[in-house]
Design a protein around this ligand. Sequence first.
Ligand code: NAD
Length: 262
Amino acid sequence: MNVTLELVADYIANSRKIAVLTGAGTSAESGVPTFRAQGQNKSAQAPLWEKYDPSELASPSGFKRHPDLVWQWYDWRRNLVESVSPNAGHHALAALEKLYHPQPRTFTLITQNVDRLHHRAKSQNILEMHGNIVSFRCFDHGHQAGEVERSLPSPPLCNDGQCHSKLRPNVVWFGESLDSAVLDAAMAAARQCDVFIAIGTSALVQPAASLPYIAREHGAKLVEINLERTALSENVDAFLQGRSGDVLPSLVDLVKAHPRPV
Ligand code: NAD
């Protein structure tokens, strides 16, 4: 019996409000590389953009300078994320939400991931802090676009009235602000939760990285699930080391077996 897993199942079972923060590690077992893995294994990337630093392309100025290159890079990434499937960790989080929604219990899934795998696993209450790369809006006015053709060499133009601005992914780029409604909701979830679980994140990218600390300041139990220790690990009440696709299903099984308060 894993004592820490039991302890975390107990925290969860005795909570009314749960907030979860996921990062790129949560999707690694689906075959979506984390940023660090991309850095280590450049050959996994197509040669066209290999020589660029992602922060150079993933920015408004990068898009203005190299619109075709940035468009093709995101087209490649969209194809990648749509060709893979949610893994056991994504499914376990959706199952945990089912146990906790609706009121009086609440479950908020805050994700830094842009791959939409939590949606495809049927999680419901999702806050996408960094947007996603499978939907699009126009660069100049933010008009949302419908279905966008694949494998286009250049960004298509907005067809909202006379706009004709280039389309871009609905993702938050370096140098851009997060959607304030999404950020406010994530902060509120962190302030109000009884237990906060950070999963597969290096806990370095702000403002997401501050959410676990906000939760702890407001009295939440802090849990981390990761392959390795991170900047956050020193501060948590429980650290579960392992792959999220292994740890989460075991955790959810234990929670299901636990008597929960009504
Ligand atoms: P990160 O790449 O900085 O860190 C990933 C973390 O996940 C590491 O701590 C690693 O030890 C851990 N990890 C790897 N495999 C794991 C597994 N199977 N189970 C549990 N933990 C595992 O990722 P980040 O903290 O999310 O921050 C990087 C930024 O990159 C975010 O802004 C995110 O939007 C973006 N990003 C997103 C995706 C995606 O949408 N899938 C992929 C790459 C990068």
